[in-house]
Every structure is written in structure tokens, then in C-alpha cells.
Design a protein around this ligand. Structure first.
Ligand code: NAD
Length: 495
């Protein structure tokens, strides 16, 4: 039996972490975090400065040069395994803070923290598996090698919607590659990334390999993006901020990885198992209250079954348990901030103003000081409407019918984004034929929003560049070196 969770008696005061040392941040300005699900203050973070950021980068550089960059992969892997064990030991504590700061259901936080541990375990093996190429076809006098080596100091900037699992989709692969890290977590959801500093230290991670500077994007994030001693920046967040990071990165032409937004299609054919598909579609738009980069926010459904299928989806949406994120039975939690709440409600108004039909939901749900929005479905949506084009980042589903598979593909690809897509059909030719033509980095057939550390993820088009997870996710953080080795005596140029 899980014990009933309650709110903290006093808000947690977070420090920040540079070169293996905590700074309580008492001389810093601070930002308070109000729990989205309860409307009360639960934590605060220090607003770090450009000087703090410089010190963190310098510590990461020293650790890279002196200890981490040349450590054998097997030794790095052993530390990653211990980190996974440490995460599991503190899973309950971390899930609690993740839920208080994000508003996501506690059951989901527990699954995400456990899933994060899996990523550290998987990457531990990959740390030993970095390979290159040999070229043995030049004849007797030449051998060619292609080797990989860590790129150096990596700055990670992460969003609020999946604070610890997004970090886990990057960090262990960065560490496996032999790079050191300066992290700037979202100012709203920094606690789990900070707790993790202690877990890593206990796992034996040398000082300076993982540094966390908390605070605001325009200060700390910008300072990292244009820092001359950062070798690579990996940014996860919105398209608008991603563009700023890309512009700032030109200071030293650092490598940039971008994981941005999505407007992801759920394509449902008449020959699908419609009950399964309805469940997947409901889950895909309600997971994390729709505040999910791979949220299935466009339902593209074969016209012959559109009405019956929408009825099935709405029957599911009506039963989603929305409520207190600390309640283990809750399935959909709160909206992250008042601004975002208003933005979602604004899109719902705009959808109606542009002529779409609100079939269900469309309103705020008032529950004990928290901010919630009822699962919402719009029919009569045309591809030109804002609710069909923009990443709303809330539990809002726009339904667009299609007649042919070609039309379904055309509608699905008619977006500036290319992050994810799902196809539902029991006909393998239809399902694979369509998925092959979809321009998106993560695709699912007869399921949605599943995955793990083994396979790479990332976006096409304006959803970003680069890949995270899997061996590609390790190689992402490495430079490639080409070596030609002459054998035997030289054939002289000046004989
Ligand atoms: P955001 O872009 O507002 O913020 C992301 C991070 O950037 C935060 O840490 C923020 O403080 C920082 N930041 C803000 N201004 C900055 C600046 N000028 N320079 C550098 N950093 C700056 O995004 P968000 O609202 O936290 O997250 C939601 C967005 O993230 C959505 O668009 C979602 O699709 C996307 N996302 C993508 C993925 C993915 O893997 N593709 C995963 C999760 C979230």
C-alpha cells in the first residue's frame, strides 16, 4: 500500500551545484515555484548569474581535460550503473518533487523516474561500445582509421514538461561519450536535476563532470548558448527559444542539438481495431495533460468511420480521471502555469471562432486551488485553422477526416513540425506504406508514445536536429577523426 502523500510543510529551498560543491544561493535572487496542482508554494531556486555560469563551464572544462575525457568506457559505465541504482533508491522522493513542480500525476512521475534509471543502465553498456572504422583497402603502404572522441563540454538546457526523463534521454549518453556537462534545467522544475547531483557524487562521478546552474533562460541559458568554451549545446524546448539558441551558438560555431515541438498526427484507418485506437488516441492527447512534445494532437481519421470513432474517443475522454496529482488514481494532472493555462483556453476560443465544432471539454476544471483543463475534442477542423497548425500543448484534439491513404499522408505532413506520428490499421501494407511516407522522427504503428533508451529519437523539419538515445545518441556527442597511417618507407617528394 502506498501511503497518502501530503504537501510539504515548508517550501524546499534549492541551491546550485558547481565543481562538486553546493552553493545554497542565499545571496542570490530567488524564484518561488507554486505547485500547479495545489496552488501553494513548494520550492524555490536561486537565479544564477553569468559569473556562476562561467565558473560552471570552467569546472566542466577542467574535469573533461583532467579526468573524464580519457577515462576508459568501462569505468564510466560502472559509475552510470551506480547512478541507476541511486535513482531507484530515491525514486519516491524524486517522483514526489517532480509531481509537485510539474503537476503531473504521481503514478506517471514514478514511471518516469524508474524509466530514467533504465536509461543510465542502458548507456553504461554503450560507454564500452564506442567504435570507428578501418580502411584496409589502400594497398600495403597505407592503413586508414576513423575514430571517435568526446566533443568536450556540453551544455544541456531542458524544459519543464519532463524534467528528469528528458535529462535521462541525454545525460547518460553524454557521459558515456566522455563529455562533461553544465545543465540549466527549467526554472520551474529544477529539483530532481539537483537531487541527482548528490546521487551522481555517491555513484563516484568526479567533481566538475556534472554542474547545475539554475535560473532564467535569457540569463543562464543565453550565457551557455553563446559561451566560447562550450563545445556543444543540446537544447530541448520550444521552437522560438530553439531559434534563439541557434543564433547565439554562432559565437564559436558550437555544435547544436535541438529537440523542439510537434503537431503530431494520429492516423486512423477504418480497418484498425477501433477500440484500441480510441484508447491510444485518448491516451496520446491526455498524457501529461497534452503538455508533451509527442502528443497526438491531430486525429486524421478515415471519413467512413469518423463519426463512430469520435464517439468512442469521447466516451474515453469523459472517463479520464482528472485531479490531484498526488492522488495515485489520478490519470491527468494540472497545467503548468497560469500563462500556459490561459494560452490553451485562448486556443479553444479561437477554434470556435474559426468555425470548428467543440464536441466535448473546452473548459477549465476547478479543483482545490489547482489549474486543470477538461479533455477537449474539436470536429469540423480544417488544416488552415490555428488549432490544426499550432502546438497548443494542452489536452486538445483536432479531428480532420480523410478519404484516401494519399490524402491522409498529405494532411499528416502538412505541418512545419516533424516530431512524431502514429498509424492505426490492421493491414500491414497500409500501415507501413503510410509510415514510410511520414516525415517525422518517431513513428508508431498501432500504439503511441512508447520507447526507451535503445532507439534514437529526434525530429524532422522544424522539430529539430540531431538524435538522442541509442548508440546514435552517444555518437551525437562525439567528434569524428580521420587518420591515415603510412607503412614502410616514404616515396620521397624531393628525391
Ligand atoms: P521553453 O523553450 O520555454 O524553455 C526551455 C528551456 O529553455 C528552459 O530551461 C528555459 O529556461 C530555457 N530558455 C528560455 N529562454 C532562453 C534563451 N533565450 N536562451 C536559452 N535558453 C532559454 O520550453 P518549455 O516551455 O520549457 O517546454 C515546452 C516545449 O518543449 C514544447 O515546445 C515541447 O514540444 C518542447 N519539448 C520537446 C521535446 C523533444 O524531445 N523534442 C521534449 C520535451 C519538450
Amino acid at each position: 500500500m502506498t501511503k497518502q502523500l501530503s504537501l510539504p510543510k515548508t517550501p524546499r529551498s534549492n541551491g546550485f551545484y558547481i565543481d562538486g560543491t553546493w552553493n545554497a544561493g542565499i545571496d542570490h535572487a530567488r524564484l518561488e515555484r507554486i505547485s500547479p496542482g495545489h496552488g501553494v508554494p513548494v520550492s524555490s531556486v536561486a537565479l544564477c548569474t553569468v559569473e556562476d555560469t562561467d565558473r560552471a563551464v570552467a569546472a566542466a572544462r577542467r574535469a573533461f581535460e583532467n579526468v573524464w575525457g580519457d577515462m576508459p568506457g568501462a569505468e564510466r559505465g560502472r559509475i552510470l550503473i551506480k547512478a541507476a541504482e541511486g535513482i531507484r533508491l530515491r525514486l519516491e522522493e524524486m517522483a514526489y518533487w517532480e509531481t509537485l513542480e510539474t503537476g503531473k500525476p504521481i503514478s506517471q512521475s514514478r514511471a518516469e523516474i524508474g524509466g530514467a534509471a533504465d536509461h543510465y543502465e542502458a548507456a553504461a553498456g554503450m560507454a564500452r561500445m564506442v567504435t570507428g572504422e578501418t580502411h584496409n583497402g589502400y594497398g600495403e603502404a597505407m592503413l586508414g582509421l576513423v575514430t571517435r572522441q568526446p566533443i568536450g563540454v556540453v551544455a544541456l538546457i531542458t524544459p519543464w514538461n519532463f524534467p528528469f526523463i528528458v535529462l535521462a534521454e541525454r545525460m547518460p549518453f553524454v557521459l558515456a561519450a566522455g563529455c562533461t556537462v553544465v545543465l540549466k534545467p527549467s526554472e520551474m522544475t529544477s529539483t530532481t536535476s539537483l537531487i541527482f547531483a548528490d546521487i551522481l557524487a555517491e555513484a563516484g562521478l568526479p567533481s566538475g563532470v556534472y554542474n547545475v546552474v539554475t535560473g532564467m533562460g535569457p540569463e543562464v541559458g543565453e550565457a551557455l548558448s553563446n559561451h566560447d568554451d562550450v563545445d556543444m549545446i543540446s537544447f530541448t524546448g520550444s521552437l522560438a527559444v530553439g531559434e534563439r539558441v541557434l543564433m547565439a551558438s554562432k559565437s564559436n560555431l558550437k555544435k547544436v542539438g535541438l529537440e523542439l515541438g510537434g503537431k503530431n498526427p494520429q492516423i486512423v484507418f477504418a480497418d484498425a481495431n477501433l477500440d484500441d485506437a480510441a484508447d491510444g488516441v485518448a491516451f496520446g492527447v491526455c498524457f501529461n495533460a497534452g503538455q508533451c512534445c509527442v502528443s497526438g494532437s491531430r486525429l486524421i481519421v478515415e471519413a467512413s468511420v469518423a463519426e463512430a470513432f469520435c464517439a468512442k474517443v469521447m466516451e474515453k475522454l469523459a472517463r479520464v480521471r482528472v485531479g490531484d496529482p498526488l492522488d495515485p488514481d489520478t490519470q491527468m494532472g494540472a497545467i503548468v502555469s497560469p500563462e500556459h493555462h490561459n494560452k490553451i483556453l485562448g486556443y479553444i476560443e479561437r477554434g470556435q471562432a474559426e468555425g470548428a465544432k467543440l464536441e466535448c471539454g473546452g473548459h477549465a476544471v476547478d479543483l482545490d486551488g489547482g489549474r486543470f483543463i477538461a479533455p477537449t475534442l474539436f470536429s469540423g477542423v480544417t488544416p488552415q485553422m490555428a488549432i490544426a497548425k499550432d502546438e497548443i500543448f494542452g489536452p486538445v484534439l483536432s479531428v480532420i477526416p480523410f478519404e484516401t491513404a494519399e490524402e491522409a499522408v498529405q494532411i499528416a505532413n502538412d505541418t512545419e513540425f516533424g516530431l512524431a506520428a502514429s498509424v492505426w490499421s490492421k493491414n500491414i501494407d497500409t500501415a507501413l506504406g503510410v509510415i514510410r511516407k511520414i516525415r517525422a522522427g518517431r513513428c508508431w504503428v498501432n500504439t503511441t508514445i512508447v520507447g526507451g533508451p535503445e532507439q534514437p529519437m529526434g525530429g524532422f523539419k522544424r522539430s529539430g536536429s540531431g538524435r538522442e538515445c541509442g548508440m546514435l545518441g552517444v555518437e551525437e556527442y562525439m567528434e569524428v577523426k580521420s587518420i591515415h597511417i603510412a607503412l614502410g618507407d616514404r616515396d620521397h617528394w624531393l628525391a
